[in-house]
Each structure stands twice: as C-alpha cells, then as structure tokens.
Design a protein around this ligand. Sequence first.
Ligand SMILES: [Zn+2]
Length: 92
Amino acid sequence: MKTENRCSVRVYSSRRFDFRGRPCSKKATIQREGIWYCSIHDPITVEEKRRHRNEQWDKEYQEKLRIRKREQLEHAYCEGLTDEELIKGRAK
Ligand SMILES: [Zn+2]
C-alpha cells in the first residue's frame, strides 16, 4: 500500500505561546529538493505570493510618496497667497 506523503511544514497558531506549532495536516502534492509540500506551502508558490505582496506594497508606497510630493509642491506654490487670491487664480 502506498503511503501518502504529508506536507513537511510546521504551522503556528496565533496563540501567544505556540512555539512548537504542529505539522501541516495537508496532503503533500509536490516534492522540492527531496522535501514534500502541500499546494499552500510549496516554496515556489510561497515565493510568488511574497513577491506579489511586496510589489503591491511598493506600488502603494510609491503612490503615497507621489501624493506627498504633490502636496509639498502645492504648498510651496500657494505659500503667501490669501484664500481670495487662490480662488481668483483658479477662476482664470
Ligand atoms: Zn502544508
């Protein structure tokens, strides 16, 4: 009888003192360098997800940076003008 391979990754709960964790209970679907992994813990999948997440964070960071620079420019441009002057300038 063929023995079913189990995922070799240890998983940890969010409980505070869960230092030991427990083995992943999922059935292994892929073997990488002699070690079995389930579809969730496949190192290639994990790495792709990590990269994608980092790209998303980087995009969000760049957008925040762009907005901050824009605000600084606007602030510098409007410095010394009264509200009325700003409104008049916009109406041109
Ligand atoms: Zn797993």
